[in-house]
Design a protein. Structure first.
Length: 429
């Protein structure tokens, strides 16, 4: 069985898109099974940059089937905008399949997302306001509208009328606003989307299952990161889905035994977007240097990311809850030019040393990093092609992280381009 799941092992933005794109050149099928267009992957191929949000990163490989699974909340407008951009760049998008079980994001989800965030005031979560949370709420409440509903205009009309009525009551009774959503406008708009995506819709659970059983190479694409998982992340500053390996099986519609290897994508330092405690955050000139050298601004939002030293407590936690079998180490080149580099090996809370990631954010906010300092390097490593040719201090840095996390680093990235990747072990072997 040749199946690999790609998992973000921090707070997202680790560089998953590049690894997925790299492995997709070998994969027969790439599956996206969690989240929506609230997270983006940036791919750079032959100097050209592509920002993908809903479409799996294997789309740049014309021989790969790209699956948007049942666990996705699907924004058809955003999807079609991505298709248009790719087609303008002569990218073939005919090999995309959308699960008929995926839930659909509507304009009322986006409006309610913004209203809820505004109502939180100082307790805001930092949502992207793409309607992801409200759509998952409808799914959990068992009132959501799925792709299969959208494909039947009569079923769609009945369900949409019910939703429009409920959402307008919510807007007026809870948020004190006037009714915002018109049935005819949304109905006609989304019927148009339905016609445009109809040929892409399929029972993708069957497609993925058959591919695995046939011995094809299947790549399960992760979005966001472990610490944004609804159950396992820094709740409530999390997403509304499960961007962990367990969530991938559910979101793709196959059993967990169909995922053989789990590759954790790990940034050479730590970043975070939005609210919540961040133990190794560097709110100083060092953090700013990392931000500038790493171009740490969100693919979707453009927001500056918070930056800090590598946190081994977080990545060890990600290794445990995802069952990581391998690490792909990203953006190592960003740390060139630092005389000293620190690794957080544990947390200190009062007089207590904490080695495991705590559930309570109140406890996490009290934690201070326990640092181990290593010598840095000044060489430009962006053109190095072999791991053996990296500066000795860079190799020592990686080796120490392997010791702390307990997982081997099998891929190392030293730049944004596909070619700037060192392979120590063939992931799809």
């Amino acid at each position: 069985m040749k199946t690999v799941a790609i998992v973000g092992s921090q707070w997202g933005d680790e560089g998953k898109g590049k690894v997925i794109d790299y492995l997709a050149t070998q994969a027969d099928v790439v599956v996206r099974g969690q989240g929506g267009n609230n997270a983006g992957h940036t791919l750079v191929v032959e100097g050209k940059k592509f920002a993908l949000r809903l479409i799996p990163s294997g789309v740049l490989n014309p021989n790969t089937v790209n699956v948007i699974g049942n666990g996705i909340v699907f924004d058809p407008k955003g999807f079609l905008e991505e298709i248009e951009t790719l087609n303008e760049n002569d990218i073939d998008t005919r090999n995309i399949k959308i699960s008929d079980r995926a839930h659909v994001v509507f304009p009322y989800h986006k409006e309610l997302d913004a209203l809820a965030e505004e109502a939180r005031g100082d307790n805001k979560i930092g949502t992207t306001k793409k309607g992801i949370g409200p759509c998952y709420m409808d799914k959990t409440e068992r009132s959501g509208i799925r792709i299969c509903d959208l494909m039947d205009k009569d079923i769609f009309a009945t369900k949409l009328k019910s939703q429009i009525e409920a959402k307008n009551k919510l807007v007026t009774n809870i948020y004190g606003k006037e009714s915002m959503f018109d049935f005819e406008t949304i109905y006609n708009e989304y019927l148009g989307y339905a016609d445009q995506i109809r040929d892409c819709v399929a029972d993708t659970s069957v497609l993925v299952y058959d591919a695995v059983k046939a011995g094809k190479k299947v790549l399960f694409e992760g979005a966001q990161g472990t610490l944004l998982d609804l159950d396992l992340g820094t709740y409530p500053y999390v997403t509304s889905s499960h961007p962990t390996s367990g969530g991938f099986a559910v979101g793709a519609g196959v059993g967990p035994n169909m995922i053989k290897d789990v590759v954790g994508i790990v940034k050479a330092y730590t970043t975070r977007v939005g609210e919540g405690p961040f133990v190794t955050e560097l709110d100083n000139e060092v953090g700013e240097k990392i931000r500038v050298q790493g171009r740490e601004f969100g693919t979707v939002t453009g927001r500056a990311r918070r930056c800090g030293w590598f946190d081994a407590v977080i990545v060890k936690y990600a290794a445990r809850v995802n069952g990581l079998t391998s690490i792909s180490f990203m953006l190592l080149d960003v740390l060139s030019g630092f005389n000293k580099i620190s690794i957080c090996t544990a947390y200190k809370m009062g007089d207590k040393i904490i080695n495991d990631f705590p559930a309570s954010l109140e406890d996490l906010a009290k934690c201070e990093p326990v640092y181990e300092e290593l010598d840095g390097w000044n060489e430009d490593i962006t053109s190095i092609e072999r791991y053996e040719d990296l500066p000795e201090n860079a190799k020592k840095y990686i080796a120490r992280i392997e010791e702390l996390v307990g997982v081997s680093v099998d891929m190392v990235s030293v730049g944004p381009n596909r070619a700037q990747t060192m392979i120590r072990k063939n992931i799809f072997a």
